[in-house]
Design a binder for this molecule. Structure first.
Ligand SMILES: [Zn+2]
Length: 211
């Protein structure tokens, strides 16, 4: 879990192991209980996209300039991004808790995937060609395309999906962050050892001392 936003630019934690999980983890605390949303407006969405590596500084500046020219569209993209993020969180939280995801959330993600894939491009790379994304357009939702692709890839991966976890402080209502446990022995229990892991450790220590 992270602290409340600070100016001028919130530093997002990127510890989910997949882009879609990092996107879902832009809310601290537990949703509906003690949540602090760090995606506060379209500019924050661009900032997250740049920090997460979905595009570079130059493209981030171009998107912000476009958003200033088309504020209503930027607001609509922001609202759609939050709806998408919450659907992604609900879908993967369900899998992490061995529940079934809601069909409406899968439909929302599926629709977003169709739009995202229309921006998929083949690029010349060092070894012939690589898959990339449309870089020249003026679409304000460019940061969402790789997020949606990442969610779809994780969702259909029989190898990765069983390694999806929700933070161990979920049960005490403190943290709802999602991550992929890529440790060899499948032993990762916390979104972050330095934050939630240490908090749980201190609590166990305190309880042992009391008894
Ligand atoms: Zn946590």
């Amino acid at each position: 879990m992270a602290q409340p936003p600070r100016s001028p630019e919130w530093q997002y934690e990127l510890l989910g192991g997949r882009l879609c999980l990092d996107f879902a983890n832009t809310v601290s605390g537990l949703r509906g209980v003690d949540e602090r949303d760090h995606l506060t407006d379209y500019a924050a969405l661009v900032s997250w996209g740049r920090q997460a590596g979905t595009f570079d500084e130059q493209r981030a500046r171009a998107l912000l300039a476009q958003a200033r020219r088309r504020p209503a569209e930027a607001e609509a993209v922001f609202r759609a991004a939050i709806a998408l993020r919450e659907a992604i969180h609900r879908i993967f939280r369900a899998f992490a808790r061995e529940d079934d995801p809601v069909q409406a959330d899968l439909d929302l993600l599926s629709g977003a995937l169709g739009r995202a894939l229309s921006h998929r491009r083949i690029r010349r790379g060092s070894a012939c060609c690589a898959l990339g994304w449309d870089e020249g357009g003026e679409e304000l939702d460019a940061m969402l395309w790789p997020v949606v692709a990442s969610a779809a890839e994780l969702l259909v991966s029989a190898e990765q999906l069983p390694r999806l976890r929700i933070c161990g402080l979920h049960e005490s209502g403190e943290c709802g962050w999602l991550f992929l446990d890529e440790t060899r022995n499948h032993t990762r229990r916390w979104c972050s050892m330095k934050d939630c892991g240490n908090r749980a450790k201190a609590r166990r220590h305190y309880q042992r001392a009391r008894t």
